[in-house]
Design a protein around this ligand. Structure first.
Ligand code: UDX
Ligand code: ADP
Length: 462
């Protein structure tokens, strides 16, 4: 089966960049990315893409208008497609059964119903969104019950492993592509059709095919293992601070063991992002559903430790500032959940800022990419009142303006530009003692010390 037309439902952080790369690598395939959010589609069609990713502008420019299209006409795009990626959001449920743990699948279900309604002929449906195991079976059931045109369908799982900030490099040169499908002849033909799309630029040996459930579960497990490494090193960061050890030295020493490996051992104020917490909670819920309480409790600890890491950072600030931050100006450098993205979903900065505001601090926030409106929205959704945001949060477009007359500065994202800040100038601008809380170990430690800052760096014993 040859694929000549692809459509993707959902023009978000995953759908947009992934489809742009497929279009760039497969000029003979028409790729249409759809979303009901007109503003998002307009942005994808403009010079100001809705997603900030290094290198993405060039990839989009190379294909847009040729074989890459962004549209709100979802029905026409589905009707024309041989293969439909479903890349809609799957947030954590906030209500009812499984609240706070289970994935909310209403967008997936709506997408499946629409596909059933609009489709004719044969379609391959590909789950791209991260979803709980067995969602493929739910999609199949919904489609079978709602399709009246005699159309036929195969459902595949093809989870996305790109990380934000490095999405273009990850898509261009992935560690692996995972495709899960049914073991029936029809299922295998569909798997091969999707393999042939990726094989245009990904070496065959890196394209792994499995059954549907292994593929769905692997995505959750990959994220759980990655997050577990961060919680493990963060737990050790607290011990390093208590004992005088240095967490980077420990990470280097253990990472040289080839069985452990050096990556993902950077201690931080906590992990964020749309995937890690959500996927672990999903895994926890799955284990609960299958009556495996020991397994669910084991993974839940990864999230608990992460919450504790964020809380203890705030506590460190409050205790160091003589047990009160009431009315004290604290400069917050970085709000995104990691560098090189404008995404703030589950960013540790939200938790830290919320708790500092509860202590009545005055925050002066600077982030090079995050929109001020998004920062206000995140804080409001985290439970900070509009009145408090209005009175106690200032968002600035210059780090030096943020630190002016500040009692303390806290780095919460590891933006490269923070490595070369003019620290003597910052020291002059701040009140004394000038306290620094480096939650990302991004500032030059020796220079901080030489200039007379009173600094705390995550995982570094004094
Ligand atoms: C993650 C997975 O890496 C990716 O494979 C999956 O597809 C989606 O989820 P992402 O959330 O975009 O990607 O970024 P990632 O680089 O994994 O970072 C997640 C969080 O962990 C960030 O807040 C980051 O700052 C933090 N982190 C990462 C650390 O604190 N220490 C580390 O050593 C690595
Ligand atoms: P991700 O990080 O997984 O890409 P996002 O929340 O950034 O998630 O993007 C998901 C997108 O999917 C949103 O822009 C939302 O409007 C869109 N969406 C949700 N349901 C549908 C649907 N049925 N058809 C098309 N787009 C949809």
């Amino acid at each position: 089966m040859k694929i000549s037309s692809i459509c993707c439902l959902g023009a978000g952080y995953v759908g947009g960049p992934t489809m742009a790369m497929i279009a760039a690598k497969c000029p003979d395939i028409q790729v249409t990315v759809c979303d009901m959010n007109q503003q998002r589609i307009d942005a994808w069609n403009s010079d100001e893409l809705p997603v900030y990713e290094p290198g993405l502008d060039e990839v989009v420019a190379s294909a847009r208008g040729r074989n890459l299209h962004f549209s709100t006409d979802i029905r026409s795009a589905i009707a024309a497609a041989d293969l439909i990626f479903v890349s809609v959001g799957t947030p954590t449920k906030t209500y009812g059964i499984g609240a706070g743990r289970a994935a909310d699948l209403r967008y997936i279900e709506a997408a499946a119903r629409l596909i059933a309604e609009v489709s004719h002929g044969h379609k391959i449906i590909v789950e791209k969104s991260t979803i709980p195991v067995k969602t493929a079976s739910a999609i199949k059931t919904i489609i079978a019950a709602n399709s009246t045109s005699g159309a036929t369908f195969e459902v595949l799982s093809n989870p996305e492993f790109l990380a934000e900030g490095t999405a273009v490099a990850d898509l261009e040169n992935p560690d692996r592509i995972l495709i899960g499908g049914e073991t029936t002849p029809g299922g295998q033909i569909a798997v091969e059709a999707l393999v042939s799309v990726y094989a245009r630029w990904v070496p065959r040996e890196r394209i792994v095919t499995t059954n549907l459930w292994s593929s769905e579960l692997s995505k959750l497990v990959a994220n759980a293992f990655l997050a577990q490494r961060i919680s493990s090193i963060n737990s050790i960061s607290a011990l390093c601070e208590a004992t005088g050890a240095d967490v980077d030295e420990v990470a280097r020493a253990i990472g040289m063991d080839s069985r452990i490996g050096p990556k993902f051992l950077k201690a931080s104020v906590g992990f964020g992002g749309s995937c890690f917490q959500k996927d672990i909670l999903n895994l926890v819920y799955l284990c609960e559903s299958f009556n495996l309480p020991h397994v669910s409790e084991y993974w839940r600890q990864v999230v608990h430790l992460n919450d504790w890491q964020k809380s203890r950072f705030v506590e460190k600030i409050v205790r160091t500032l003589f047990n009160t931050v009431n009315n004290k100006r604290i400069a917050i450098l970085g709000f995104a959940f990691k560098k090189d993205t404008n995404d703030t979903r589950e960013s540790p900065a939200i938790h830290v800022c919320r708790d500092l505001l509860r202590e009545h601090a005055q925050l002066a926030i600077y982030d090079p990419r995050v929109e001020p409106e998004l920062i206000r929205k995140d804080l409001a959704e985290a439970g900070v009142s509009a009145k408090l945001i209005e009175a106690n949060v200032e968002i600035l477009d210059d780090p030096y303006a943020a630190v002016k007359n500040a009692h303390a500065l806290a780095t919460l994202t590891e933006w490269d530009e923070f490595k070369t800040l003019d620290l003597p100038r910052i020291h002059r601008l701040m009140l004394k003692p000038a306290f620094v809380f480096d939650g990302r170990d991004v500032l030059p430690t020796a220079e901080l010390e030489a200039l007379g800052f009173d600094s705390f760096i995550i995982g570094k014993g004094q």
